[in-house]
Design a protein around this ligand. Sequence first.
Ligand SMILES: Nc1ncnc2c1ncn2[C@@H]1O[C@H](COP(=O)(O)OP(=O)(O)O)[C@@H](O)[C@H]1O
Ligand SMILES: [Mg+2]
Length: 252
Amino acid sequence: MTKLIELNRAKRAHEPGPSLLSLHGVDAFHGSIQCLHQVSIEIMPGSLVALVGSNGAGKTTLLKTISGLKANRGGTVSFEGRDLSRVPAHHRVKLGIAHCPEGRQTFSDFSVEENIRTGGHLLSKASVEEDLEKMYALFPVLEVARHKLAGLLSGGQQQMLAIARALMSRPRLLLLDEPSMGLAPLMVEEVFGIIARLRSEGVTILLVEQNAYEALPLADWAYVMETGRIVLSGKGADLLDNVQVREAYLGM
Ligand SMILES: Nc1ncnc2c1ncn2[C@@H]1O[C@H](COP(=O)(O)OP(=O)(O)O)[C@@H](O)[C@H]1O
Ligand SMILES: [Mg+2]
């Protein structure tokens, strides 16, 4: 199979070396309420890391501290060894951090193609055209619907659009916030298939999911979050077998 995505030429997870992203002792607040407590995570280049936890645990907030939509009050957020604490969100996109937000947030009055193009605003004109074709190869359903308004797409198609838009920034790290939320079972399978494909092509991914059953098997490493704290971490497959995780997140 030809390689469609060459967004991330980083080393694979099993090779020794420095992490791509590292959070150390991160605290974050919503107003006066602390919602992240001393969070530390590590993401190696080329790996897929899953972050699971129930509703309200702080997963979205954690992604926001990485993309810069939420400031961390304590601790450090380092990307390729550089502390991002004072780097604004738009500059973090330039550094290679793409955030595919919860609830997709596509522009419903724009066409599919216009939506995808907005993700490439940092690229040259030629690169936008080149990457647009790559996105259509990766998501044929979006090519068929290229002139359709995004608001008319199904939930699954909108999720693919949101992922395509994020990939247009040629990210070194892709943050995915609950991509399977609210999708019909067949679409869930399709979206996880896409994530597996991106992973196999070397894109470094931080995947936030309530659907631990689908996310953990894909994950090189996974973290479990509860009330703003990381309470458990391990290889994805090991956590899938963990009794605590099975009871809390898999209903077993
Ligand atoms: N904009 C906000 N203002 C105030 N509290 C918020 C806001 N967003 C999230 N919270 C609170 O922060 C906590 C973590 O939320 P969130 O990060 O969205 O969790 P998750 O993504 O795991 O469901 C929750 O208690 C939530 O109610
Ligand atoms: Mg969330």
